[in-house]
Design a protein around this ligand. Structure first.
Ligand code: FE
Length: 209
């Protein structure tokens, strides 16, 4: 069995946003998909460690903003590499509006948004899958949607750009393939979670500098 077969699946990237008790929050997901067209339903799967997960569990409401190829890396940093438990992810942000459901959606670096109301939840262990009916949606631009591959190739800064110091040369580290964080040591503990993007050790690759 070749686990790399999973890399052949295509994924979009999305800002998943929600609102509860005066607080707007959001995170990056790659798991939004239309599952039925009549009625129009989408599914999302969200890591239980995310604050966004808890808020959607509580309110049953969310928006999915579809990220487009003109998105800047800082959009991914803002929503993907910090926790809403520590910061207000919308603070100081330019480029968002409030949808008819009262939840923010992103207008810059996105080409559409979809508002949805949860009908069914499925407990998947680490994640919950939410199946939700679409309540509103708009197209925001004609720029193509980002794929995970496009993000890796064109938006994420290349780690090679960081010069390797003489001290680091030959050193083994484990690099997060999602955000570029480097774990200093070898092997990486199996239960290691990236402190920046919260992805597990299985998303790290061994790098010899
Ligand atoms: Fe990471």
């Amino acid at each position: 069995m070749n686990n790399k077969a999973m890399f052949k699946l295509t994924y979009g990237l999305f800002v998943l946003s929600c609102f509860s008790k005066g607080k707007h929050n959001g995170c990056i997901i790659n798991t939004a998909a239309q599952v039925t067209s009549s009625p129009n339903r989408i599914s999302i799967a969200v890591n239980k460690a995310n604050l966004t997960h808890d808020i959607i569990m509580e309110t049953g409401l969310f928006n999915v903003s579809v990220i487009s190829e003109d998105a800047q890396f800082r959009l991914f940093e803002r929503f993907g590499f910090q926790s809403g438990r520590d910061v207000d992810k919308f603070e100081g942000m330019v480029g968002f509006e409030k949808a008819s459901n009262g939840i923010n959606y992103v207008t810059k670096g996105t080409n559409a948004y979809i508002s949805a109301k949860v009908e069914t939840t499925v407990d998947l262990g680490t994640h919950t899958m939410f199946i939700a009916e679409v309540t509103d949606m708009e197209v925001l631009s004609d720029v193509p949607s980002v794929t995970y591959n496009y993000y890796q190739e064109n938006i994420k800064p290349k780690p090679q750009a960081k010069p390797v110091t003489a001290e680091e040369k030959g050193k083994t580290v484990w690099r997060c393939t999602v955000c570029g964080y480097e774990y200093d040591g070898d092997p990486i503990p199996e239960d290691f979670i990236c402190p920046l993007c919260k992805h597990p050790a299985s998303d790290f690759e061994k790098v010899i500098k």
